[in-house]
Design a protein around this ligand. Structure first.
Ligand SMILES: [Mn+2]
Length: 359
């Protein structure tokens, strides 16, 4: 475990680290009051603990600090449950799954949803307690968003219980476009990818529309061999396939593959096209994309009026025709934005972002 990756991933809490306050007297002696060392040689032990952190721990010369708040952390004791208690790896199909069920279309307040999901940590994170999530079960769920409060509430009310039943180590990120410029779904997803990875390294990403509700928890929000269309069967389409190589709605990507295709295109402002561009990127670069089988990829789409901030993009066919020429130059490699606000809300990490306007 210690050999993989960077310091921040090494010490990140996603290896099933928990706090213990008893039975650890000897360890306590070793690590208590560890807040850095005067000689600038911080070892940032892999087994440690924080009293006041709820986020990504990063080590620098003066000790650990919280990546989000930039505050130094008071460390007590951490240990890796996997090492100490020999916990099993989480099952890919855990016994907590219930299969298909009707989604709830009720819009509860975020406070009520948080109360109904007491195991969800601030920032919209959950970690299973009885098992250690495999690498591909550590997931950032990115929701592109603007001005759909009711849809958001309905989504969160369905999504949190759904994801917990899947025994994932997950965090929900809400990436909200600031201002009134035309909506840009692809760019918001790119921002979510970059910002989430700054807070913690996520091996797996799910990019999620706010108005799609998964119906079947056998539809795993994790990362199989290739990028996968999770929303393969929509109720409004009588659960039939949308069209060949459709890749919109809800898709999953390993971080590695998302980087390999240079992410979403940034150039599609308004409705349509960015998903087909992404589909093309995946098929060209990676050779194939997967689709969740129709008997598990069922979704309910929330109804909404035509969205004035997200008009159909008349440029989309023109852009798509020349899409292959832009894979290298348009995407993660050309992404520019500025974060207006980043805040850990009870049910999600909220990223309000200025992505500019159509240029
Ligand atoms: Mn929609």
């Amino acid at each position: 475990m210690l050999s993989d990756g960077t310091l921040s991933s090494r010490i990140s809490v996603n290896r099933g680290i928990i706090i213990i306050l008893c039975c650890t007297v000897s360890l306590l002696t070793v690590f208590s009051n560890f807040t850095g060392s005067p000689d600038n040689h911080v070892r940032c032990p892999p087994l440690l603990v924080s009293l006041d952190a709820n986020g990504a721990f990063v080590c620098n010369a003066s000790g650990y600090y919280d990546a989000l708040t930039q505050r130094p952390l008071r460390l007590l004791i951490f240990y890796d449950k996997n090492d100490v208690m020999n916990l099993p790896l989480c099952d890919v199909k855990p016994a907590t799954l219930i299969g298909r069920r009707n989604v709830s279309l009720e819009a509860h307040s975020e406070e009520d949803i948080a109360a109904d999901n007491p195991k969800v940590l601030r920032g919209g994170r959950y970690r299973p307690s009885g098992c250690v999530p495999r690498q591909r079960l550590r997931v950032a769920v990115i929701v592109a968003y603007r001005d759909r409060q009711e849809h958001l509430q309905i989504l969160l009310n369905n999504l949190h219980p759904f994801l917990q039943r899947q025994q994932l180590d997950y965090t929900v990120f809400l990436v909200e476009q600031a201002g009134n410029a035309t909506f840009n779904r692809g760019k918001l997803f790119n921002v979510g990818f970059v910002e989430a990875n700054k807070l913690r390294e996520y091996p797996c990403f799910v990019f999620h529309d706010v108005d799609l509700l998964p119906e079947n928890d056998a539809n795993a929000y994790s990362c199989p061999q290739y990028p996968t269309l999770l929303s393969s069967a929509m109720e409004k389409n009588k659960y039939r396939p949308i069209y060949a190589d459709y890749f919109g709605g809800v898709v999953s990507f390993s971080s590695r593959h998302f980087r390999q295709v240079n992410g979403f295109p940034n150039l599609y402002w308004g409705w349509g096209g960015e998903d087909d561009d992404l589909s093309l990127r995946v098929r060209t670069r990676l050779g194939k994309l997967l689709q969740e089988p129709a008997d598990t990829g069922q979704y309910t789409m929330l109804k909404h009026e035509k969205d004035a901030g997200n008009p159909v993009n008349p440029q989309r066919f023109k852009l798509l025709n020349a899409a292959a020429k832009r894979f290298e130059t348009d995407g993660l490699s050309s992404l520019s934005y500025s974060v207006v606000k980043l805040e850990r809300k009870p049910l999600y990490t909220w990223i309000l972002v200025d992505i500019g306007q159509p240029g």
